[in-house]
Write a protein that binds this ligand. Structure first.
Ligand code: 6PG
Length: 477
């Protein structure tokens, strides 16, 4: 017998993905640098389906039916290159290497190009949903050559999560690095969602005066409405959890320094390169890094500012409703920014990414899965060339309804000294977009003053320069 698919790299994500394929009836060849891991998988989970345990790279490759489909699930960066270098010489034209790690899309582009020259199809594949998703159905974002999807797609559709309407949460996102790019932005949005939820929590705690257990209940209620999502659901779980050792709320015994593995940062770095304002995602990344500067925070403990005074019971409940509005409006802005970045990446690299299809495959399996994504899909269904999510009538109306509360929440945070970088940045973005005039005109004047950088006029075509150091007359540049 030979295997329809192979997985090398059997840490938890690789192991669970291999099990998912096997549970869906595929024969799966498995391989790991440390053979003990391969043996452990086959021993522990062999009854779930057909596994072929292999020890060497040669054995692994020989176990695969042709054209071979070889999934690598190792650390992004050097380890991924090392595995590709190990296997590529053993493969034949038409074979497929599928990288299911969180690779940087630029690396994926480079690898795809190099392997294409050898006739090997390289598929950079974003996989979201953590360990559970990998096992029970992730959201899958494959890029790479379109023809690879003809044979790989049906298998991925089988193992992927299914949206509520039954549609598999996978699509061919676009050529070369498109899949990993979209996965990167997914993670950037994940960071923003988490930051906004964090701000809502802190406002409910410090401004409204609720306990973590009470806030968990509020999130549970929100999860019944338009904020229905995996991240809101697990937030309620985390907030209601009590530490066994101390009897304190779990959230109070965890060190408040957030870590990151890099995909959120990449989202912002690439957005800077593409010139896309992803201020909400950037604030989320900066908030994590600020939290990690323990010494700086320690040294700042004495700085002046208001001390939040909790609200009375009735006001607190009314405030909680406002926070829900602020969170929802800010979430619309984060997704607006994230989809703008995908559109810009698609344009820059000629990927032709279907934004509606991306929102559709994020409806299930992934960390940002949410009822909300159905609405984004509906927005793109209604108008495929939507310039921005904020141009969608439904979202525009919802923000119009939310904005008074949104502003009040930001004001409350400012007044009471509770930082809301995500809510505030989202609101600033919204107000900047709707402003008829921006101070960018003044910026242009300053640039022309100190560097003769020139400016355009509202009433005439062309580039102009004012002779600032002379008689201040205007010349054509
Ligand atoms: C997913 C997640 C996952 C990511 C973690 C950790 O979609 O399943 O995005 O890919 O590794 O969320 O990210 P940080 O360590 O950067 O928070």
């Amino acid at each position: 017998t030979s295997a329809q698919i192979g997985v090398t790299g059997l840490a938890v994500m690789g192991r669970n993905l291999a099990r998912n394929f096997a549970r869906n009836g595929y024969t799966v060849a498995v391989h790991n640098r440390t053979v003990a891991r391969t043996k452990a998988l086959v021993e522990e989970f062999g009854s779930e389906g057909d596994f072929i345990g292999t020890e060497t790279a040669e054995e692994f490759v020989a176990a695969l039916e042709r054209p071979r489909r070889l999934v690598i699930m190792v650390k992004a960066g050097g380890p991924t290159d090392a595995v590709i270098e190990e296997f590529a010489p053993l493969l034949e034209p038409g074979d497929m290497i599928i990288d299911g790690g969180n690779a940087h899309f630029a690396d994926t582009r480079r690898r795809e190009k190099a392997l294409r020259e050898q006739g090997i199809h390289f598929v950079g594949m974003g996989v979201s949903g953590g360990e559970e998703g990998a096992l029970h159905g992730p959201s899958i974002m494959p890029g790479g050559p379109k023809e690879s999807y003809d044979s790989l797609g049906p298998m991925l559709e089988k193992i992927s999560a299914k949206a509520k309407d039954g549609a598999p949460c996978v699509t061919h996102v676009g050529p070369d690095g498109a899949g990993h790019f979209v996965k990167m932005v997914h993670n950037g949005i994940e960071y923003a969602d988490m930051q906004l939820i964090g701000e809502a929590y802190q406002l409910l705690r410090d401004v409204a005066g609720y306990s973590p257990a009470e806030i968990a209940e509020i999130f549970r209620t929100w999860n019944q409405g338009r904020l229905d999502s995996y991240l809101i659901e697990i937030t309620a779980e985390v907030l209601s959890h009590v530490d066994a050792a101390t009897g304190k709320p779990f959230v109070d015994v965890v060190v408040d320094q957030a870590e990151q593995k890099g995909t959120g940062r990449w989202t912002v770095q690439i957005a800077l390169d593409l010139g896309v304002p992803v201020s909400g995602i950037a604030e989320a990344v900066f908030a994590r890094s600020l939290s990690g500067h323990a010494g700086l925070r320690e040294a700042s403990q004495g700085l002046a500012g208001p001390k939040a005074a909790p609200l009375g019971k009735e006001e607190a409940a009314a405030f909680a409703d406002r926070v829900e509005q602020a969170l929802y409006a800010s979430k619309i802005v984060s997704y607006t920014q994230g989809f703008h970045e995908i559109a810009a990446g698609s344009e820059e690299y000629g990927w032709d990414v279907d934004l509606g299809a991306v929102s559709a495959i994020w409806r299930g399996g992934c960390i940002i899965r949410a009822a909300f994504l159905d609405r984004i899909r509906a927005a793109y269904d209604a108008r495929a060339d939507l310039p921005s999510l904020l141009s969608d009538e439904t979202f525009a109306r919802e923000i119009a309804d939310a904005q008074d509360d949104w502003r009040e929440v930001v004001i409350a945070g400012v007044r009471q000294g509770v930082p809301t970088p995500g809510f505030s940045a989202a609101l600033a973005y919204y107000d900047a977009l709707r402003a008829s005039r921006l101070p960018a005109a003044l910026t242009q004047g300053q640039r022309d003053f100190f560097g003769a950088h020139t400016y355009r006029r509202v009433d005439r075509e062309g580039a102009f320069h004012t002779l600032w150091g002379g008689d201040r007359s205007e010349v054509s540049a």
